[in-house]
Design a protein around this ligand. Structure first.
Ligand SMILES: Nc1ncnc2c1ncn2[C@@H]1O[C@H](COP(=O)(O)OP(=O)(O)OP(=O)(O)O)[C@@H](O)[C@H]1O
Ligand SMILES: Cc1ncc(COP(=O)(O)O)c(N)n1
Length: 272
């Protein structure tokens, strides 16, 4: 048979940890890329033993192994957009930031993964400062959740005004654009995000989804932004489309395990 279709699709890179439960981390990122018709590549930073109930073990890869994966992908395949997720420690963050500069990786989305919604600490204490000072200024956008925004801004966040103040404070760290995510907020603020790019302060809102199964929302949002950037969308459109994607994925969340199940990526297949 000679039938051949040679597709030319955009390429995105995720630099993140593995979630054995398949709900967050590299696994969520690659699914999100695939459902955007974007070829997903990856540089693994660590391996977590994790399920819907939490994280029971974390093993780091050597920084040299992370660098080698990034170099292998970029030197041969090339990437149009990159995201970082769980970077775990100072050495890995420093190595990733150096590669971002050397290889000129633009369209960089930094999801400053520090604390999961289940309360698990996902990064060493010494790494927070390095993430803030070295990597975040290289990003096109940084996407902290409520708890991460509290750590980065030093402010307690309970209200919309608190989210806005935190976004402005984080912007002052030298970040191009900030999206403070509201999945961890309560009441009518649950699912309301705050955007600040130094000029425009706005709220992003879709429907509020009544589900307990929210594992992987943060990874899914940041990888959807990355996929949309890889497709050539501008940052504002990339964020709005990503917000719609994660809202639909929440509507198709998977009820599995004993704890917080993952958001579902299969809706394009299920709807047809
Ligand atoms: N119940 C919900 N309804 C609507 N949107 C939601 C809901 N929960 C989370 N979101 C949205 O999901 C996106 C991810 O935000 P969230 O605050 O959940 O990130 P996170 O805490 O990093 O994720 P995770 O739970 O995976 O650790 C945001 O756009 C947020 O508003
Ligand atoms: C390997 C890994 N990376 C990231 C997260 C947090 O993800 P999220 O913020 O989407 O819960 C996680 N739980 N595990």
């Amino acid at each position: 048979m000679t039938c051949q279709t040679q597709l030319n699709v955009p390429v995105a890179l995720t630099i993140a940890g593995s979630d054995s439960g398949g709900g967050a981390g590299i696994q969520a990122d690659l699914k999100t890329f695939a459902f955007h018709c974007v070829h997903g590549t990856s540089a693994l930073t660590c391996v977590t033993a994790q399920n819907t109930q939490g994280v029971s073990r974390v093993d780091a890869l050597p920084p040299e192994a992370v660098v080698a994966q990034i170099e292998a992908v970029v030197s041969d395949i090339g990437v149009q957009a990159t995201k970082t997720g769980m970077l775990l420690n100072q050495e890995i963050i420093q190595a990733v930031a150096t590669q971002v500069k050397i290889l000129g990786l633009d369209n960089l989305v930094v999801d400053p993964v520090m604390v999961s919604r289940t309360g698990a600490q996902l990064i060493d204490d010494s790494a927070v400062q390095c993430l803030r000072d070295v990597l975040m200024p290289l990003a096109a956008i940084v996407t902290p959740n409520r708890y991460e925004a509290q750590i980065l801004s030093g402010l307690a966040i309970h209200t919309l005004e608190d989210m806005q103040a935190a976004a402005q404070c984080i912007h002052q760290l030298g970040v191009t654009a900030v999206l403070v995510k509201g999945g961890g907020m309560t009441g009518s603020l649950r699912g309301v995000d705050v955007w600040f790019d130094g000029q425009e302060l706005s709220t992003l809102k879709t429907e509020q989804v009544e589900t307990h199964h929210t594992h992987g929302t943060g990874c899914t949002l940041s990888s959807a932004i990355t996929a949309n950037l890889a497709q050539g969308k501008d940052l504002g459109s990339a964020v709005r489309c990503a917000k719609d994607y994660v809202t639909t994925a929440l509507n198709y969340a998977l009820d599995m395990g004993q704890g917080t199940g993952p958001v579902g990526h299969f809706f394009p297949l299920l709807r047809s």
